[in-house]
Design a protein around this ligand. Sequence first.
Ligand code: CAA
Length: 297
Amino acid sequence: MEIRKVGVLGCGLMGSGIAQTCATAGMDVVVREVTSELCEKGFAGIEKSLRKFAEKGTIKPEQEAEIRGRMTGTTELKDLADCDLIVEAIIENLDLKRETYRQLDELCKPETIFASNTSSLSITEMMTSTRPERQQRFIGLHFFNPVPLMKLVEVVRTILTDEAVYDSAVEFGRQLGKTPVRADDRSGFIVNRLLVPYLLDSIRALEEGVGSIVDIDNGMKLGCGHPMGPLTLLDFVGLDTTYYIAEIMFNEFRERRFAPPPLLKRMVLAGLYGRKSGRGFYDYTADARNPTPMKLV
Ligand code: CAA
């Protein structure tokens, strides 16, 4: 099945990146946010990102307006009714996601494929909020931040996913210029199953005094060639987000490696969420490009 028109639910960091990537690949995109203010904020981010790509020559100057022109914003779910595929990237609240899917199931054409960008919630649990016919057209499409730059998409199948639908989703990932990897519906899929314990271990190493914030980061950056050290990456992903993902994974697997360390919990309680709140393992308030390490232990 060819995907020509894509619906995106949520125009936050992930939703806006997904919308931009689909429009850049030539698809028509309708983005739904709960308020028009949130929609406008998301589109402002998209325009900034497209400008950067045009300045760098990644896209031609005339493409900037062309790509922007393929995207429309709405606050109405019904405007997504004729989409071939809908990617949901709203907040990680299972009840809210289930209710949104239930409403969409009634509005959308029978062929529409439903996909969730969740990083750790169960695709199967979302799927059961829709009718049996839709359940075989339900998948996970997990993108990575920043979506326009990161080359991976995890394509997740449940035990009910139709093979042809799954293959279309893998092909859709390729059309977006991403490398799709296939994963089964287990919390965290492939990447977060490996990434989350690593990030949590870097916090444990800091708690235990193995090294300073800067030394732990430099260790992995320069010793292993990672683009960011784990504590910088935690600030980038968001400490609240990581805490939430870790809790979900710990509840699913009951293994210590997924348990959020006490320091992470204290930092989240104190509002140190990372880049988005100005402070996390580093303080970004004076100079976001040259943050200074915080005194935490
Ligand atoms: N659109 C367009 N351009 C962008 C951009 C965007 N959204 N975001 C960054 N850029 C540009 C920057 O402006 C910069 O441009 P210049 O070279 O012209 O200055 C360029 O990309 C490179 O950025 P930086 O110089 O800031 O830094 P960098 O070279 O380190 O690259 C990075 C940035 C791509 C984010 C890189 O650091 C990286 O790959 N980091 C790891 C990111 C990662 O692991 N993401 C996954 C997180 S986990 C997740 O998302 C899933 C989950 O479930 C938790």
